[in-house]
Design a protein around this ligand. Structure first.
Ligand SMILES: Nc1nc2c([nH]c(=O)n2[C@H]2C[C@H](O)[C@@H](COP(=O)(O)OP(=O)(O)OP(=O)(O)O)O2)c(=O)[nH]1
Length: 136
């Protein structure tokens, strides 16, 4: 069996906008934009990993809403799964505490204004279709 490690990404939706995060490391990914998140650890559910990663990386408390159907290959053995998520009220604004050096809330017409990681493009396309109906 080949090892397969799930990376969870958050499509954080707020006010009809999607949060994009610019990676600061490693060098081959730095400067490109992604959905914040990270690797699911042993014994952890993807939803718990998402909440933990967003707390660590952005300093926010969040709630996963729904899994976006599909799974996208990253550098083996990693695969990307994406959940839409919302920020708890009173949690404050996300801050680039770890792994990122800039954050942007993208309105529907701005989704393709940032250079996403190539492997994130199909997932972002799916996430963008949820903007109209996402939490406000
Ligand atoms: N978080 C995240 N990682 C992504 C995306 N697209 C993509 O190729 N990756 C890659 C980058 C990394 O090689 C891997 C996830 O690593 P990470 O650095 O975000 O995860 P982590 O916090 O758990 O990592 P670590 O520092 O604990 O090793 O997946 C994405 O949209 N979000």
């Amino acid at each position: 069996m080949t090892e397969r490690i799930v990376v969870v990404g958050a499509a954080l939706l707020d006010g009809g906008r999607l949060l994009a995060a610019r990676r600061s490391a490693p060098p081959e990914l730095a400067g490109r934009w992604e959905l914040p998140g990270g690797k699911v650890e042993a014994g952890e559910t993807p939803e718990a990993a998402l909440v933990r990663e967003l707390r660590e990386e952005l300093g926010i408390e969040t709630e996963p809403v729904e899994r976006i159907p599909g799974e996208w290959p990253l550098k083996p053995p990693y695969v990307l799964q994406v959940w839409t998520a919302r920020i708890h009220s009173g949690s404050g604004d996300p801050k680039p505490l770890q792994d990122h050096d800039e954050l942007r809330w993208l309105a529907p017409g701005e989704i393709w204004d940032v250079p996403w990681l190539d492997q994130d493009v199909p997932a972002v396309r799916e996430a963008a279709t949820r903007l109209d109906t996402g939490p406000r």
